[in-house]
Design a protein around this ligand. Structure first.
Ligand code: PMP
Length: 375
């Protein structure tokens, strides 16, 4: 029942560590492919409705053994996170705003009747794990260790109901910069035949079930030569997100001519990105005093097109943990190309570059800041 799902205590002091006897060789950083290779170990915690969270374990990275009737395979009882560990210039390992990822995973888990947990205790465990795997984190700017916390329902039953048992596990993959040879602006296709999320739905949760249906529209866009698809919503064609990133638009305000940085509001159809929040916060701190308006508001594909046609569009970029920012060159919409303001040969706008620098300074500890959690 509901009361058992509230059992969220984790005891970090009961962690047991079983080290691998066959340590992997680390790849040269420049050979890393996103999500392809994994570190030596994994962190796991089992949960049961009667006992709550059992003792955490770090073990060698290994296959799971699950009954084929486990509810995760049938009814998509799975939620996940994406976050990174960075190595600073002194060789120390740092996490970036990890409490945000824990809060989001708890929100996602609660939405599908999976257990929640004490975020601070889980961060302690993740910190221990990241420290243990620190040799896998390249100490170069742009490189990091991608962490994948995952929550699954393990109850062995075909009955549709709240899982009586669950597993939290975390695996890690060393990653290089999204743009190893410098920024490459992307071209988007506005998807008009499918929607990612809708009011009252679960698009604001990081559920596995939200991702599989996005692959076909992505493949369709790729088939026509676009890097990503742009998700619109409703007859008004509100701009929501791009692929698996939040979207930001910088334009001159139609009425006042003031520079305005716009992203869609958290109305339930948008994933609350950690990068999105970081950009909004930095922009309010550093750009607003220079006269920028910082807006979380609905805007349509027509608003974007009008700004482009009237020479008011400054920059468009995606924002997410993997790339930090992804500059957009143009958007295919209703059979025409909306030009997003980059000059010919230019791969990223000034604002996009500036925001990336500000965020990286805090991720790698070049700027000491409360967003950086030293392991
Ligand atoms: N939107 C979606 C749909 C995503 O999957 C992600 C990646 N988690 C984001 C936005 C960006 O979120 P974050 O900045 O936390 O990585």
């Amino acid at each position: 029942g509901a009361s058992t799902i509230k059992r969220q205590d984790i005891d970090p002091s009961s962690l047991t560590i079983t080290k691998t006897t066959t340590p992997k060789e680390t790849l040269p950083p420049t050979d890393l492919v996103f999500g392809r290779t994994f570190t030596d170990h994994m962190l796991s915690l089992e949960w049961t409705a009667s006992e709550g969270w059992l003792a955490p374990r770090i073990t060698p990275y290994q296959n799971l053994s699950l009954d084929p009737a486990s509810c995760v395979f049938h009814y998509a009882f799975t939620a996940f996170e994406g976050m990174k560990a960075y190595k600073d210039s002194a060789g120390q390992v740092r996490l970036f705003r990890p409490e945000r990822n824990m809060a989001r995973l708890n929100k996602s888990s609660a939405r599908i009747a999976l257990p929640t947990f004490d975020g601070a205790a889980m961060i302690e465990l993740i910190a221990k794990f990241a420290q243990l795997e620190s040799r896998f984190i390249p100490d170069m700017k742009g490189y990091s260790l991608y962490l994948r916390p995952t929550m699954i329902g393990t109850q062995r039953t075909l009955g549709v109901g709240p899982p009586g048992s669950a597993l939290f596990y975390l695996i890690a993959s060393p990653v290089g910069p999204y743009y190893p040879t410098g920024f490459k602006a992307i071209s988007l296709e506005a998807t008009d035949y499918a929607v990612r999320a809708w009011p009252g739905g679960v698009g604001n949760s990081k559920l596995g079930a939200n991702y599989a249906p996005c692959i076909v529209p992505q493949m369709e866009a790729a088939k026509r030569g676009f890097h990503q698809n742009l998700w619109l919503f409703g007859e008004e064609e509100y701009v929501t997100e791009v692929g698996t990133m939040n979207l930001f638009v910088a334009m001159k305000n139609k009425e006042t001519g003031q520079k305005e940085l716009i992203t869609a509001p958290l109305d339930g159809t948008i994933l609350e990105g950690v990068t999105r929040d970081s950009i909004l916060s930095l922009a309010r701190q550093k750009l607003a005093p220079e006269g920028w308006i910082i807006s979380e508001k609905k805007y349509t594909m027509k608003d974007l097109d009008d700004a482009a046609n009237q020479g008011r569009l400054i920059e468009v970029f995606g924002a997410g943990t993997a790339a930090i920012v992804a500059p957009v060159r143009n958007i295919s919409w209703k059979g025409k190309m909306v030009d997003c303001g980059l000059k010919p040969g230019e791969e990223a706008g000034q604002l996009t570059l500036q925001l990336k620098d500000w965020i990286e300074a805090r991720q790698y500890g070049d700027e000491e800041h409360e967003w950086s959690y030293t392991v």
